[in-house]
Design a protein. Structure first.
Ligand SMILES: C[S@@+](CC[C@H](N)C(=O)[O-])C[C@H]1O[C@@H](n2cnc3c(N)ncnc32)[C@H](O)[C@@H]1O
Length: 386
């Protein structure tokens, strides 16, 4: 009986211990939970900070309302020149069967450029450049920009009245974020993948400012005489996308990171679609530096004197170690066409009417940006006639 009683009572007698053990375990458990929550809260705070940083209305390196100017000096440019030639040299040794053959452009090549691009042909014939800045305006109105709710640009290319529209000034960190996205997404066999981080390509002191109606632009900080080299392309600063797929991956990568999401709007505005001369291969170029902020003059009949820099070819030389005939802007070197006063904005001729880009966009499988207008194709025109 005692034994039975013991048997029966034994668990009962253990209850205080079980209770104490349970209490202790519960205590430990909740302590753990609380500690974890505290830790999570800490992370959560920083996660929130990151997300807040994506808010275009906050002051972040990538987004709007941040410091309104950035400067570059001759010293920066000089130090860059010491480091670039190796990159170019190593690039020349790279082979890649996937890459389009983008042979050197010559003045003769310019004559064989596809029809309809007369203005661009003229630029090429004149300067021997294998590419020129083309109609980047309006590119962002399609797809991605709509999805992201990018600020509007009207049919004349004027950015919306939204006081925060595209008014932040990119800085080195911004450009480097673009390089990171580029390297993370672009085919590693892409022979143009030499750009690694922001390097100043400006040969004169500049300032980037926001000003309506054209938005951000590049301004001279001091007087610059005529025929001065002001910007020289480097393979470091140029991203070449050989396929539209690569570019889409790049955009998606930017969108996924809250800190770079809004940059996806900008790169739509900065995109440049080009053709190589001999092969007619189309590819996408973006320069990840202040050169993408160069504005133009829409009506060059009235304001052609405002165009104050132009691309001119240069040969590879000690003065120009950056030359690379094969990259997007390999032979783009901007020279002043007249004296430029301190504070004056640099302006380039974008080279051609924006509608002329349609073929190139379509060759890449991209929707041609319609800039809020319906693009009437030749086929449509025939239909209308019928
Ligand atoms: C390559 S971006 C130049 C940088 C641009 N302003 C920015 O803030 O990023 C081309 C865009 O600049 C604007 N733009 C350039 N020249 C302009 C002009 N003369 N008038 C109005 N907008 C201009 C257009 O919105 C065009 O789509």
């Amino acid at each position: 009986m005692n034994n039975t009683s013991w048997t029966i009572n034994a668990p009962v007698r253990q209850i205080p211990w079980i209770v104490m053990l349970t209490v202790a375990l519960v205590h430990l458990y909740f302590n753990g939970v609380l500690l974890r929550e505290a830790a999570d809260n800490g992370n959560h705070d920083s996660a929130e900070a990151t997300i807040t940083a994506a808010d275009p209305n906050t002051k972040t390196p990538f987004l709007r309302n941040m410091n309104k100017t950035t400067t570059s000096t001759n010293n920066d440019a000089a130090s860059q020149n010491n480091t670039t030639s190796n990159v170019v040299a190593s690039k020349k040794n790279t082979t890649n069967s996937n890459a389009p053959s983008q042979n050197a452009s010559t003045n003769n090549d310019a004559a064989s450029i596809s029809s309809g691009d007369q203005k661009q042909s003229k630029v090429r014939a004149q300067y021997g450049v294998n590419s020129t800045h083309m109609a980047m305006d309006g590119a962002w109105v399609v797809g991605v920009s709509k999805m992201l709710g990018c600020p509007d640009v009207d049919e004349d290319g004027i950015i919306s009245d939204d006081p925060n529209a595209y008014n932040y000034i990119p800085n080195n960190e911004t450009w480097n974020a673009l390089y990171r996205a580029y390297h993370a997404t672009v085919d590693p066999n892409n022979e143009f993948l030499t750009a690694t981080e922001y390097q100043n390509s400006w040969k004169v002191p500049i300032e980037v400012k926001f000003q309506r109606p054209e938005g951000r632009g590049v301004y001279a900080k001091e007087f610059i005489p005529k025929d001065t080299l002001v910007w020289s392309s480097t393979s470091r600063n140029t991203a070449t996308f050989l396929t539209s797929h690569d570019h889409r991956e790049f955009i998606e990568y930017l969108i996924k990171d809250p800190k770079t999401r809004y940059l996806a709007c900008d790169v739509q505005m900065w995109i440049d679609v080009m053709s190589s001369d001999e092969e007619g291969t189309t590819y996408i170029c973006e320069t990840f530096d202040e050169a993408v902020l160069l504005n133009t003059v829409w009506d060059d009949n009235d304001n052609s004197d405002l165009i104050n820099i132009e691309p001119r070819p240069m040969s590879l030389s000690a003065d120009n170690p950056d030359y690379d005939e094969n990259d997007c802007y390999g032979n783009d070197h901007y020279f002043t066409v007249r004296d430029i006063q301190a504070g004056e904005q640099f302006r380039i001729d974008y080279g051609m009417g924006w509608d002329d880009d349609k073929e190139r966009w379509e060759a890449l499988g991209l929707n041609f940006p319609t800039r809020n207008k319906v693009v009437v194709t030749d086929d449509d025109a025939v239909d209308d006639d019928e």
